[in-house]
Design a protein around this ligand. Structure first.
Ligand SMILES: [Zn+2]
Length: 168
């Protein structure tokens, strides 16, 4: 990700009021503010990703010490992982493409459907409140990694999931 994309995602997830206040902008919608603040970025292609990060932020904000802290962590972590699952290495773009074929109507409307985006994974299942214990993982890995499996144990399973994605 470019630094502009990182900044864009951060502000877009933080939302309309935050962006308006921090960048001293005016406009009717978040999309219109984003167009002013980040003219080279096409807001529309990020719409479902922004929704996804926002729902993660709402779910995990307490654990990360606030929505802002979560969003900062997310964009850095996503960039560090090059937009790929921490376990099997599949790209989020590939997950999205695969699930779009499976469920073409899934992103229409407000219902939340898993699979399209990377999810937050706790490497040690019972260790909460530590950013270093969190990574982003694909839906398949997140579902497969039961609480009793360590990161090390999961390596052989992740290799199988990686082979699954290779064939798609
Ligand atoms: Zn994975």
């Amino acid at each position: 990700m470019t630094s502009e994309e990182k900044e864009f995602l951060f502000y877009a997830v933080m939302g309309y009021d935050y962006l308006k206040r921090m960048k001293h902008l005016s406009g009717d919608t978040l999309a219109s503010l984003c167009k002013k603040a980040f003219p080279t970025i096409n807001y529309e292609i990020y719409r479902s990703k922004i929704k996804n990060i926002r729902s993660l932020a709402n779910k995990y904000k307490q654990e990360f010490g606030g929505k802002e802290a979560f969003c900062k962590w997310y964009v850095e972590q996503y960039d560090k992982q090059h937009g790929r699952c921490a376990y099997c290495g599949v790209s989020e773009a590939k997950c999205r493409h695969f699930f779009e074929q499976q469920r073409p109507d899934a992103l229409v409307g407000s219902k939340r459907v898993r699979g399209f985006h990377l999810e937050l994974e706790h490497k040690k299942a019972n260790l909460h409140g530590h950013k270093e214990n969190c990574v982003l993982a694909c839906y398949v890995c997140n579902n497969a990694k039961s609480d009793f499996l360590s990161e090390e144990d999961f390596k052989t399973i992740a290799a199988g999931i990686s082979a699954f994605w290779e064939k798609k």
